[in-house]
Structures are given as C-alpha cells and as structure tokens.
Design a binder for this molecule. Structure first.
Ligand SMILES: [Zn+2]
Length: 96
C-alpha cells in the first residue's frame, strides 16, 4: 500500500527523514504549514485533477498535497483550491 491511497497514516521516523518535494522539506501540511513529527496523523490528497481560474483569466491546476489531522475534512480539497485561487489573485501579485 502506498500513501497515494489517500488514507490517513501516522508519520513514521522513515517518513520524517524522507525527502519530500523538490526542496526535500515538504513533509508538512499544505494548509497550515505544520511540520510532521513521528506519530502525527497525515494524509496525502490527490489534487491534480482540479483546476481554477486565476484573476487574470488563466486556468491553473493545483498540486497534490499533504494535510494534517486538524486541517483534514470532507472539504479539504475545496479549501486547497480556494487557497490556490487566493494566491493567484491580484491581491498577492507581489508574491509571485
Ligand atoms: Zn494543517
């Protein structure tokens, strides 16, 4: 079984020391930034199929992500899409 089954897991020492993401420091909740420690609950979420419209009219996709127990819920993917939409809105032009 792989973490891509989107089921909740408890972080192992191996999980915590594995390189996650391009920078290797991606074993964190995408919504609150929590850095997972051994024993923390986490879940990998498939987001690649979701797209949204940016404020300048581009259709953008969202990436797969990890969530912590506190941020997880039935609408976690919707909240992730909304966070992406906000980031690509004209409000945060200076951050991109
Ligand atoms: Zn979180």
């Amino acid at each position: 079984m792989s973490f891509t089954d989107q089921k909740r897991r408890a972080a192992t020492a191996h999980d915590c020391h594995t390189k996650w993401g391009l920078e290797g420091d991606g074993f964190r909740c995408a919504l609150c930034g929590h850095r997972f420690k051994e024993g923390d609950g986490y879940r990998w979420i498939y987001g690649d199929a979701r797209v949204f419209m940016s404020s300048d009219g581009r259709t953008l996709g969202v990436r797969n992500f990890l969530t912590c127990d506190e941020c997880d819920g039935a609408d976690v993917l919707d909240r992730w899409v909304e966070r992406n939409r906000e980031f690509y809105s004209s409000r945060f032009w200076a951050l991109r």
